[in-house]
Ligand binder design. Structure first.
Ligand code: PMP
Length: 330
């Protein structure tokens, strides 16, 4: 099927409409599909928005670094713009300083944050506020459509599809239309908001099969009751695991400040990081059909990723296993 055929254009437009309806994306935003993953957007953002900085001599952008992904975004961004951290917290990333204390810059091209830090399990419960005239940008790769997200507070948001909306290869970008067209002259066409917007995401061959899968996932979400229903399920799922951790008298521990605990990614340590016991836990969980509970290689331990596709029953199976394992080893 040609990606320029009427059939595919139809599919693409239906996918955009489904997403716009599910996320209540206002009319003055465009939804686009990019290549390059979240990582591609780390570069696309400064390339497209650098010109918005009111510091013409030394264009600058604000970053809230709350974990590995916002850190990576800032490091990549620094190739194209002067980056400024709005607070300086050291590892391990377990909380977020109160946004009212952030050292934000009125001359910044944008204020960037990661709504859910996938590795550290740190999630904003609501978006921070940017200064007037400074667009707020959110990386929602690992919590898109898992909870209510107020698009209208943001100049732009983006998400790789592979966690909650499909398969890798599709990157969803929503941009306020008046932020389109400010790109640097050397911006690669595949990262240019202007080029991708102008051709309705068909500047070059898009990840057409991935967009098709995204359409199916969005229909599934619509039919089960939309984001409200998913948010309810996700709260229930997260509580099953956090309640067990909190009542385990230190056998399990989640290090994150309760105010910023993620509903999607729950890092867990056993007995303050008993690696042998954690390895045993992971081995046994695999033998029971629960794969991918190993924590990210940069932090170790265990991580339960409760993305939209994980059911309440499956989460209960994990909770039951955790309980059993604790009884046996405490
Ligand atoms: N942001 C977040 C929050 C992520 O979790 C990831 C990937 N795990 C990325 C960005 C990078 O995305 P990609 O691998 O699609 O470049």
């Amino acid at each position: 099927m040609s990606h320029r055929s009427a059939d595919f254009t139809n599919l693409l437009n239906t996918t955009k409409k489904l997403l716009s309806d599910l996320m209540s994306i206002p009319q003055n935003y465009d939804v686009m599909f990019f290549h390059g993953g979240g990582t591609g957007q780390f570069a696309a953002i400064p390339l497209n928005l650098r010109a918005l900085s009111k510091n013409v001599e030394n264009p600058t952008a604000d970053y809230a670094v709350t974990g590995s992904w916002s850190h990576k975004a800032m490091d990549e961004g620094a190739k194209y713009i002067h980056t400024h951290k709005v607070f300086d917290i050291k590892k391990p990333f377990v909380t977020v300083p109160d946004p009212s204390t952030w050292n934000t810059n009125p001359e910044a091209a944008y204020l960037y944050y990661c709504a859910n830090e996938t590795i550290h399990g740190v999630e904003f419960q609501e978006p921070p506020t940017s200064l007037p005239g400074v667009p707020l940008i959110a990386d929602i790769s690992s919590n898109i459509l898992s909870r209510y997200f107020d698009v209208s507070k943001h100049g732009m948001f983006f998400a790789g599809a592979q966690k909650n909306v499909g398969i890798s290869g599709v990157t969803i970008v929503g941009v306020q239309k008046d932020l389109i067209g400010h790109q640097q002259p050397h911006t690669p066409a595949v990262l240019s908001f202007k080029e991708i917007h102008k051709d309705n995401s068909l500047y070059n061959t898009p990840c057409s099969y991935g967009i098709y899968i995204t359409k199916l996932v969005l229909e599934w979400i619509r039919d089960l009751g939309g984001v409200d229903e998913l948010e309810k399920r996700n709260k229930t799922k997260a509580s099953l695991i956090y309640d067990l951790i909190d009542s385990s008298e230190g056998f399990y521990r989640n290090p994150v400040d309760k105010k910023y605990r993620s509903r999607m990614n729950i890092p867990i340590r056993i007995k303050e990081g008993d690696e042998a016991l954690e390895a045993k836990f992971i081995k046994e969980s695999i033998s029971r059909g629960m794969i991918s509970l190993k924590g990210h290689r940069s932090v170790g331990g265990i991580r339960a990723s409760l993305y939209n596709a994980i059911t309440i029953d499956e989460t209960q199976t994990l909770a039951d296993f955790m309980k059993e394992f604790m009884e046996e080893h405490k």
